[in-house]
Design a protein around this ligand. Sequence first.
Ligand SMILES: [Zn+2]
Length: 132
Amino acid sequence: MDIKGGFSKQLTKINLKTSAFMEENKIDSYIASLQKEIGELKKRMGEMTYTLLKEDRLEASAFSSIMAEIDEREQRIAAESDRKRQLLARNQEILNSVKGPQQNVDFIFCTNCGNKMPRGAKFCTGCGTKLS
Ligand SMILES: [Zn+2]
């Protein structure tokens, strides 16, 4: 592998990590805003409960539209969490596929005998010690 090729692979990785990080942040802040909205809706439910209880006209049906609003946000949160998982998995796949010679530094060492092995190895190929 020539230097230029290795360099461009590194750039691809950096760009990918940056865009993945930004996308991940975007999803995280969207989820956080949805959770905040759910918090506000529940607070409103609490206030409604108090008022209705006080006036002795508390009925579950009073909350159906507010519950639907909460449900809708929870579904969006689940969808966004899914999207984030897919994003992370896809990026890991791409990162694996652009692994170049630089990735040769990606090694671990056996805690027992010091044997050098590729990251991800389950057992030491030297002494058989189980690796975490
Ligand atoms: Zn070992």
